[in-house]
Design a protein around this ligand. Sequence first.
Ligand code: KG4
Ligand code: ZN
Length: 341
Amino acid sequence: MPLLAFETSCDETSASVVHHGEVLSNVVSSQAQLHAEYGGVVPELAARQHLRNLIPVATSALRQARIEPARLEAVAATRGPGLPSALMVGLKAAQTMAFRLRCRFIGIHHHEAHLYSPWTKGDPLRSDFSDFQPNVSLIVSGGHTMLVHVPNDLEHRLLGSTVDDAAGECFDKAGKLMGLPYPAGPEIDRLAEGGNPDAFDFPRPMIEEAQDDFSFSGLKTSVRYFLRDHPDVLNDPARIRDLCASVQAAIVEVLVTKTVRAAKRLRVGCVTASGGVTCNRALRSELSTACRRGGLQLRLAEQMLCTDNAAMIGLLAERKLHSKAAGADLDADILPSWSLE
Ligand code: KG4
Ligand code: ZN
């Protein structure tokens, strides 16, 4: 029977209906415009917007899937990590619905859902783990940058994460310094297309270090010093494109080098990547080139599943439901700092 899932951990309100690994609907209402004027996500505003959006979003997810609520086998929601007040909206709505419908509630780890999203492909979107391979997985979003070893399906070990800013945060903060609107990642991606990635030399933090952690705040600071010393760059559209391409190249080179190195060290044959920054075209193409050269299979999350969405929550919840691996009580609380370990 079908399952309804909610995702409200940050600034996307999303609801999805999944059934037997297939995405029947995936409705996402982004709050990006609401937060743009503040240059970042304002938690209180995000929570209030989730309260406004959740019922309309859930209604259209059920309608698009042509599923009556009474048919649902379970209701799932992101339990963490994320913004506490935002998480509470989706979690409590899911628990209340499960209580009313007398069905199961499943609480899902947001990053575990990202982790398995590269295994969902096609139109309609469908999860397929029949050719699962042990892999190293890169999760890159606005709040997190992680490398994870996945030796078996539904079994993972965190290898490293960022010690300061996440890669998406670095894109957003560097873009803010250039005067680009929030979130600046997609805008840098667009402007970088016509630019020269070798025009300006930015640091590649921790690229040579053997461990799998990342650090991006130094790179952001070097963009700040660069603009202090060369303010004229922002008056020239061609040099803005060069700047975007150069900053993007530095971030992408660190992500690709460390991911491929970890995959080789752990002797896996596959690399996967997910999270909002995986939308970045340079990251997708550089990772493809590096994996091809290294004899590694690459699985990138589909663009529509890179940014936050409830389909990935529902698909993982359905697998947990059927594997009896996990669930949660109707009074389970949010876990805003839930570790992937
Ligand atoms: O996974 P996500 O939707 O939300 C979080 O869980 O954080 O990721 C959002 C992040 C933002 O930092 C945004 O700038 C970045 O993903 N992003 C991109 C691109 N599209 C989204 N960064 C670089 N290039 C893109 N095309
Ligand atoms: Zn996310």
